[in-house]
Design a protein around this ligand. Sequence first.
Ligand code: MTE
Length: 348
Amino acid sequence: MKQVMATIIKPLPDHLFRVHGNSAEMRWEAMSGVGYHTPTDRFFVRNHTVTPLIDVTTWRLRIHGAGVRCPRDFGYEELRAMPSRTFDVAIECAGNGRRFYRTQQHDGAPGTQWGLGAIGVARWRGVPLKYLLKQVGVSPSAVDVLPTGLDEPFEDYGHVRRPLPLDKAMDDVLVAYEMNGEPLPPDHGFPVRLVVPGWVGIASIKWLGDIEISTKKLLTPWNRVFYPDVTTQPVKSAFELAWNARLPVTGPHILRGRSWSGRGRIVRVEVSFDGGLSWRQAEHHGQHLVSAWLPWHIAWAPRHTGARVLMARATDETGVTQPLTTPRNPFGYHFDAVVQHPIHVVNG
Ligand code: MTE
């Protein structure tokens, strides 16, 4: 077991996580043989500062601003008593895969050097944000919705906050208080967080304390300095395998993975065992949800031992297929190229 970091409360054992400063990335082999959802004990954590411990007996969610007719606040039990919805939704950091700008494209970007493990799919339960907005009466001149977290201010930028356009806020956003059937754990936003389907993880503000509805476009460091112009997540794929996994030559093996896209369903997944010269279609199984991921598998019988590279590429319902390279991005966001996953075929 790795030491428990002060900034994250849950244990971060070495076989489930790679720790990056304040944040922790899931190891993809931790999803092998696991069901559709990412168990909470291995769900990645991305913290700007430190997980706060919030006293729910005094906590209130305040909804106010020039775009609201009757500003008011809500307590935890009050929210839990409201009509709820349950969604299976992925949360993924915009920088997921950033490491591959450097390792695959030799053009690295600063920031957390995530592999592909800054994503998880959980079953979230909560109150639709639009239901709360109807309670406070949104005026016709309302434009933006600004959720703010109660964690410590980040450097000189203040509390973590990022505006959402009103039409997204009124669409499918959840004010979630449950994750995988349990109250949200502290690291994932207790007592409540936003869950913004299909959008970059930063939209899903944790430890929610305040929502401002404005009548003009809002700028905060989180849509101006960091994460400018990023909204929906691109299409990506990962194998449920360790980096440099060792597979016995005595096959065949059933290789498993998952593909996802913030723009909609995955319609096709192909795998290459020869560095992209030829591709075979993987079989889909299990659930096929819009804002989550599609599990797939493919049989493979390696013929000789040695180092190999596995590649998976998915196509989403908008017709976009993962490219072989991603255009340079100064922040290292949205690495959607096919990842070259090294393995070793060994004598069984
Ligand atoms: N909300 C607050 N208040 N503070 C944060 O540091 N990090 C954001 C988002 N919400 C963050 C936040 C980022 S960048 C991501 S990717 C997701 O939370 C990560 O959610 P998770 O830690 O539950 O996986």
